[in-house]
Design a protein around this ligand. Structure first.
Ligand code: CA
Length: 492
């Protein structure tokens, strides 16, 4: 009897020891998976930043030393595009991997859309964050959302474990200003307070702030990557800065760095960009301090072109935010990943933010649903080898205006542009980045083929689910804008 009990004890101990060892073993496999095979992924996105407003793209008056260090330690994409020339649709494309026109999200969600629209990016579109989350990534979004401000469409509903920021399309920067205004209006019984003034939130809970907005977002990015280092999972961080989007509001300390800039708007804008740069420096320091720097892919971009009437500079590109000229949707971009992506290189072939979805999913070894439609491609190997990922393939942009649509098409060295209801034009964009010399008469077949390509693409578009401004709803109907009656006519 005693012997039997000793035997049982012994067997139990062996079983426990075995369970314990195998537990340790499986944990160590997981840990090595997280730390070596699957990298962390960070997207740093600025808002309305011009092509020439970072040092690595040639800025002379704005200094961005931290961003430049990363850019020069990685590969700078000189022909990088976003899928739309303004905020909401560009972000929708990044996270869905599809042109926003294909699921009715070709307009910005209007301000306070929770009241007027009551929905967000259709739930039929599975976000990149969901795919990464399901594959075991810890996912976070910090900053501007702009993809749906109602229950069911918020970050937590779209594959993000962690959210800090604001749900609308923009925000004021100084809490002593916006909190005061918000409280005054609330006290006065205003139920429709402008979204730029609403308190920031963390996962649905309002938080009190006392710092300049850009600094709050940077601090939270540092918190997120530091917390993540204590976790076995790799992480995906989408850091969507509001800067340098209007309102132009900068800290005095940052402004003083740019005394040499005479124009007040440009000086303020420069200081706002510099605040982002300081933040990126802190983020990099946090990655290094937690030993995650080498295993983290950092991709930097702007969500669309800059507003030259609000301090931005898109030189040498023509056009501004909202245009289908290059200045509207060709943006500063780089990829930084030590020992994986070449350092000190420039990559001149066209890439697009639509490529992030398949590229990141592949890097993360994450499963994309079989029926998921994607408009971009995995560009990692081409980026590493310096090869063209889309020879003979086109990248599109379309922006709807009052009664007509602007279109931009990029294919290899060619750019076809229809802007402000004027005839289609064709440029050799490698030689003529500023779109100055129309070559359509010399190359009619090339233009025809690109316009046809855009027309075929437009057949995939669906009716807008919302309009911004709302007045476009009537014009859209009245002018039958969805039929593109004159959009693809070439008149020479
Ligand atoms: Ca924007």
């Amino acid at each position: 009897m005693i012997n039997k009990s000793i035997n049982n004890c012994l067997i139990l101990s062996i079983v426990l020891l075995f369970a314990c060892c195998s537990g340790v073993k499986s944990q160590s496999v997981k840990s090595s998976d997280a730390q070596t095979s699957r990298p962390n992924i960070i997207v740093v996105m600025t808002d309305d930043m011009g092509y020439a407003d970072v040092g690595f793209n040639g800025s002379k008056d704005i200094i961005t030393p931290e961003i430049d260090k990363l850019a020069n330690g990685g590969t700078i994409c000189t022909s990088a595009y976003v899928a739309h020339s303004f905020c909401g649709p560009s972000r929708a494309a990044l996270l869905t991997g599809r042109y926003p026109h294909e699921f009715g999200s070709q307009f910005n969600l209007p301000a306070n859309s929770e009241e007027s629209v009551g929905e967000g990016i259709p739930l039929s579109e599975k976000f990149l964050s969901s795919v990464l989350q399901e594959s075991g990534y810890r996912t976070g979004v910090i900053g501007k959302w702009h993809l749906g401000a109602v229950e069911g469409y918020e970050p937590k509903d779209r594959g993000f474990d962690d959210f800090y920021g604001f749900l609308g399309g923009g925000h004021n920067y100084f809490p002593e200003d916006y909190v005061t205004k918000y409280n005054q209006q609330k006290a006065a019984g205003n139920k429709h307070i402008w979204e730029y003034l609403t308190p920031l939130q963390r996962n649905g809970v309002e938080v009190e702030e006392d710092e300049y907005l850009t600094d709050e977002l940077s601090d939270d990015a540092v918190r997120f990557v530091s917390d993540s280092s204590k976790n076995d999972k790799p992480f995906f961080l989408y850091l969507a800065y509001n800067a340098p989007h209007t309102p132009l509001e900068a800290k005095e300390d940052d402004m003083q760095k740019f005394d040499h800039i005479k124009d007040k708007a440009r000086r303020t804008y420069a200081a706002m960009v510099y605040a982002v740069d300081r933040g990126v420096g802190e983020l990099v320091a946090a990655l290094k301090a937690t030993n995650q720097y080498d295993n983290t892919l950092i991709v930097f971009l702007s969500d669309n072109g800059g507003r030259t009437d609000q301090g931005a500079n898109n030189y040498p590109l023509k056009g501004v935010k909202g245009d289908t000229y290059e200045g509207g949707f060709r943006v500063p971009m780089f990829f930084h990943w030590p020992n994986k992506i070449p350092a000190g290189k420039k990559f001149d072939y066209p890439v697009t933010a639509l490529d992030f979805y398949p590229t990141f999913a592949s890097i993360a070894n994450a499963k994309i649903p079989q029926d998921k439609q994607l408009d971009g491609k995995n560009i990692l190997n081409d980026l590493v080898k310096g090869e063209n990922p889309r020879k003979g393939e086109m990248i599109f942009a379309m922006r709807h205006r009052n009664g007509f649509s602007d279109v931009g098409v990029r294919e290899d060295e060619w750019k076809a542009t229809k802007a402000y209801n004027s005839p289609w034009k064709l440029y050799n964009i490698n030689k003529d980045m500023g779109e100055t010399t129309d070559l359509s008469k010399q190359n009619p077949e090339q233009l025809k083929s690109m316009v046809l390509g855009a027309q075929m693409w437009s057949k995939k578009h669906t009716e807008p689910r919302w309009f911004d401004p709302e007045s476009l709803r009537e014009i859209w109907k009245e002018k039958k804008m969805g039929e593109f009656i004159n959009t693809f006519k070439i008149s020479n």
